[in-house]
Design a protein around this ligand. Structure first.
Ligand code: NDP
Ligand code: 8X3
Length: 252
């Protein structure tokens, strides 16, 4: 039997990178995607081109997604698991300290990106037959509103509902769909949200014990390896130190 394949969006950092490691180290082939080519190349160099195929693609650019998926080599087909992970929050402040451009980028990335990638990859998932799965990354911010959550939270609520709707549309296809909804996790998420404040990203989680990327990678691994007849509809994960739902940064 050929090794199963997982396609990961946003494999250059955080949850996506840890999930790439988890699967590449345990007998899966990985299609790693993202915009930062140097990081994709480093990942491929670590595991080899037989194990990791990379696609440089921006999920806000449908033509890059279409080309990247069309060019997937035979050895990385079909795709057994799609990890729709690319996403971001921009801005921490409530109105009026918001930027309309941030709202647009969050919608383009967290909503349209997930839609375009899903649409392109579905035929490759269908070809994998029983046991294929899609894991969409939502957030607890999609369930619990907080000041400054605005379009980020709304986009993640979309991801959850889209996951349920897609599951209905895929009835009879054998493709599973899960909405994976983490809470506060230490990745580069806060650096991106604060327009590149990597120093804050380092201190922000002091005194807390956040979710780590490896925790999410372990969950994706568990999801992708459930028996073929089981669909986990949603998983909500918080670190024990976080209560619903205002992130620490907004309480400072
Ligand atoms: P990181 O910032 O560490 O990783 C985000 C990943 O998304 C990067 O690999 C980045 O790749 C990719 N990405 C962002 N924009 C684009 C784009 N336009 N095109 C392609 N890839 C893109 O954060 P996380 O690992 O935390 O985030 C992963 C997912 O988890 C996101 O959807 C996030 O919303 C969600 N999440 C995060 C939580 C947290 O507290 N950290 C909690 C709940 C959910 P590159 O820049 O190379 O393109
Ligand atoms: C991000 C999780 O708790 O920072 O998706 O809003 S939180």
């Amino acid at each position: 039997m050929a090794d199963p394949v997982i396609l990961i969006t946003g494999a250059t950092s955080g949850f996506g990178r840890a999930t790439a490691d988890r699967f590449a180290q345990n007998g899966w082939k990985v299609i790693a995607t993202g915009r930062r080519t140097d990081r994709l190349e480093a990942l491929q160099a670590q595991y080899g081109a037989e194990r990791v195929h990379v696609i440089e693609m921006d999920v806000t650019k449908p033509e890059e997604i279409a080309k990247g998926v069309a060019d997937i080599p035979e050895g990385f087909r079909p795709v057994k698991c799609l990890f729709n992970n690319s996403g971001l929050a921009l801005g921490t402040k409530p109105w009026p300290d918001i930027r309309l451009e941030d709202w647009r980028v969050m919608v383009e990335t967290n909503i349209m990106g997930v839609l375009h990638v899903t649409h392109e990859v579905l035929p490759l998932l269908k070809a994998a037959g029983r046991g294929a799965s899609i894991v969409n990354v939502g957030s607890i911010a999609g369930r619990f509103a907080y000041p400054g959550g605005n379009v980020y939270g709304a986009s993640k609520a979309f991801v959850r509902q889209f996951s349920y709707e897609l599951r209905c549309d895929l009835e009879g296809s054998d493709i599973r769909v899960t909405s994976l909804e983490p809470g506060m996790a230490k990745t580069e998420f806060t650096a991106v949200r604060t327009y590149g404040d990597y120093a804050l990203n380092e201190t922000f989680y002091d005194g807390a014990e956040p979710i780590l990327p490896e925790d999410i990678a372990e969950t994706v691994w568990w999801l992708a390896n459930r028996p073929d007849h089981i669909n986990i509809n949603s998983i909500e994960i918080m670190p024990v130190c976080q209560v619903p739902a205002i992130p620490k940064i907004l309480r400072k």
